[in-house]
Design a protein around this ligand. Structure first.
Ligand SMILES: C[S@@+](CC[C@H](N)C(=O)[O-])C[C@H]1O[C@@H](n2cnc3c(N)ncnc32)[C@H](O)[C@@H]1O
Length: 302
């Protein structure tokens, strides 16, 4: 499976795990069935799967507005390339001051193109908002950030998303996960990738233990199939929330082996779990070997 990357980056983006996630799920798309993602983030899972119908939601209105813009063709390859060319030139001339000017402008007007500019030139490519919802990530300190090849790469990513959306019955909507789950029907499939408890906390990601527990209760009452992504263990500990709230589900785990220099090492490794409603997972003995991006992965079912 050749995985493509969307134009917007966010914490917890599942790019490398898409083959693992999609290879574990057994869902037959029926005439009216929808793929539902209540925690859309970058959209990398939905865009690579490209179902016929989808309900794609997130509380972060900037993510949603950006993808709505692509859907209505207000944002396309050409518009993005011209915008980033122009803004990139200003960044090159004026440096960090220009980044902060765009950041202030974005926090006033919420322009989706400014959002893209900031997302692709901020420090470490993270997405973080202050308590009032203002984007507050500092500059990456590279005024030459928007090289011709970088602009082309981003424009191609926008074009790829436009192609994945074209002709499909997809809705992008700003919504809290509870509203979205309330719409799920019998033949739908829900993929959930909630924020990590207590990590990356910001305006759009205040995810506490109580939220995680409520999500488990509500999700398990869904009439349709579902799968939930969650970190399983790192070198220090296991995620006890899985045992506490999701132990009755089918559990598949993908272990990352990070490459350090030329060597493969478990140092800093993290295992990601996919918790699947019984009856909606591919049987473990029918799984095909998968390649997870640039990293090697091993699968071990629970
Ligand atoms: C881990 S990220 C999803 C990453 C995504 N699967 C990807 O690969 O890019 C979690 C997302 O949940 C959203 N979110 C946080 N709290 C939410 C809530 N209460 N309802 C809906 N979305 C929420 C965040 O804005 C963030 O985009």
């Amino acid at each position: 499976m050749h995985i493509k990357v969307p134009p917007i980056k966010c914490q917890g983006i599942k790019t490398k795990l898409v083959p693992f996630i999609l290879s574990q799920i057994q869902w037959v798309e029926a005439a009216q069935s929808k793929w539902i993602e209540p925690f859309l983030g970058s959209g990398v899972v939905a865009f690579n799967l490209a179902p016929k119908r989808a309900l794609l939601t997130d509380t972060n209105q900037h993510l949603i507005a950006f993808y709505q813009g692509i859907q209505t063709s207000d944002i396309d390859r050409k518009i993005v390339a011209e915008f980033l060319q122009d803004q990139g030139n200003k960044l090159l001339t004026m440096g960090a001051n220009y980044y902060y000017e765009v950041r202030d402008r974005f926090n006033q007007s919420a322009s989706p193109l400014d959002f893209l500019f900031l997302n692709r030139s901020c420090f470490n490519g993270v997405m973080r908002f202050n308590s009032k919802g203002g984007f507050n990530v500092p500059f990456c300190r590279k005024p030459q950030r928007f090289s011709q090849s970088y602009i082309t790469k981003i424009a191609n990513q926008v074009d790829w998303v436009a192609k994945q959306i074209a002709g499909k019955d997809w809705e992008f909507r700003v919504a809290d996960w509870q509203q979205t789950l309330a719409e799920a029907q019998l033949s739908d499939f829900v993929y959930l990738d909630p924020p990590y408890i207590g990590r990356h906390t910001d305006y759009y990601n205040a995810w506490k233990q109580a939220d995680a527990e409520k999500l488990a209760v509500v999700t398990k009452q869904l009439p349709c199939g579902f799968a939930v992504s969650m970190w399983f263990e790192n070198q220090y500990r296991q995620n006890s929330h899985i045992q506490e709230c999701w132990s009755d589900l089918e559990r598949r785990v993908c272990q990352h082996f990070y490459h350090v220099g030329s060597k493969e090492t478990l140092r800093g490794a993290i295992a990601e779990a996919l918790l699947i409603k019984p009856g909606f997972s591919v049987r473990a003995d029918q799984l095909l070997p998968i390649e997870v991006g640039a990293i090697a992965a091993s699968l071990y079912p629970s």
